[in-house]
Design a protein around this ligand. Structure first.
Ligand code: ADP
Ligand code: F6P
Length: 324
């Protein structure tokens, strides 16, 4: 492939997500196939500023596609939010001969990529986050694994909840986004699903619902609570006091972020990684790769960051009807 790009760098940034390794592997192998060499940057933008940069070849990404986490490590880096940090990062890229950079992370990481592009380094972002909260794409690397992990865990909590005739509040991740909660709420047949995008729940009506369901003979009551709503433990205490039914809160936490990626996360991350390597090698910059309306495509970072995403009204309505 004819191009002026000689070396690309790859880093993972923000929260780790299952499938990031598949993306790294694909970036490395596709770039090498395009005749471009690859450097791995450890620990996100922090590692870039600390010059934690390694050469990567085909073998450095062997035996990783099935592993959760990220072999490069990840970090949050406040210094990179500053003009000095961004200029220093671009300078370090130039020093190491890196003329293109693949950034795998969420929209915060995209903002970093946008800044480093402004300082003359070609950048492409890949959507790596379990939260599914990136507007330009219907898919983010890690969501499928996280939501399946959460679903299995909730099935297990439901078994014990039914056996003891308890009420369970299960808090899932997602920062300010309710996608994991919505998907699990439907897939686990929850009685209540609380989403930060809606914030329309009323604790008294949940309590009335629990009492009515118990009278009808239901042995469990599962409430899926999104992280963006929070307060699961105090909510459990209040519900127990008001209903007289033992109520426990389970916060699933980081177990949702770890673990072997699903086939979907391995496949989509592989296609997206190759796509990112290809467009960088073609000389494109300031782009992000997404999966929208059934196809992989790329967007201008600024346009991507300006897009808005919200829970589908129809999906939300379905979740409410099925929960009754
Ligand atoms: P995510 O990428 O998952 O959204 P964060 O929002 O924590 O996670 O962002 C990851 C990192 O990206 C931050 O620690 C910081 O180094 C960098 N970053 C975030 N926002 C900006 C910004 N506005 N300008 C430059 N870098 C940023
Ligand atoms: O963005 C992924 C995510 O797991 C969110 O769901 C959560 O709010 C956040 O990261 C937690 O971040 P940290 O790694 O700083 O605990």
């Amino acid at each position: 492939m004819a191009n002026q790009i000689k070396t690309i760098g790859v880093l993972t940034s923000g929260g780790d997500a299952p499938g990031m390794n598949a993306a790294i592997r694909s970036v490395v192998r596709k770039a090498l196939a395009n005749g471009v060499s690859v450097k791995g940057i450890k620990k996100g933008y922090q590692g870039l500023l600390n010059e934690e940069i390694i050469d990567m070849d085909r073998h450095s990404v062997s035996d990783i596609i099935q592993r959760g986490g990220t072999i490069l490590g990840t970090a949050r880096c406040s210094e990179f939010r500053t003009e000095e940090g961004q200029a220093k990062g671009a300078e370090i890229c130039r020093k190491h001969g890196i003329d293109g950079l693949v950034v795998i992370g969420g929209d915060g990481s995209y903002r970093g990529a946008q800044q480093i592009a402004r300082h003359g380094i070609n950048t492409v972002g890949l959507p790596g986050t379990i939260d599914l909260d990136i507007a330009c794409t219907d898919y983010t690397i890690g969501f499928d694994t996280a939501v399946n992990t959460a679903m299995s865990a909730i099935d297990k909590v439901r078994d014990t909840s039914s056996s003891h005739e308890r009420c369970s509040i299960i808090e899932v991740m997602g920062r300010n986004a309710g996608y994991i909660a919505l998907w699990c709420g439907v897939a686990n047949g929850a009685e209540d699903i609380l989403l930060p995008e809606k914030y329309d729940y009323n604790e008294q009506s949940i309590i009335n619902n629990i009492i009515a369901n118990r009278k009808r003979g239901k042995t469990h009551h599962i409430i899926i609570n999104a992280e963006g709503i929070g307060h699961s433990t105090s909510m459990a205490r209040r519900i127990e006091a008001a209903t007289g039914i033992e109520t426990r809160a389970t916060i699933l936490g980081y177990m949702q972020r770890g673990g072997n990626p699903t086939c979907k996360d391995r496949f989509y991350a592989s296609v997206m990684g190759a796509y990112a390597a290809d467009i960088l090698c073609q000389g494109k910059s300031n782009r992000v790769v997404g999966y929208k309306n059934g196809e992989f495509r790329d967007f201008d970072i600024e346009e991507a960051l300006a897009m808005k995403k919200d829970i589908s009204e129809y999906q939300y309505e379905v979740s409410r009807v099925l929960a009754q």
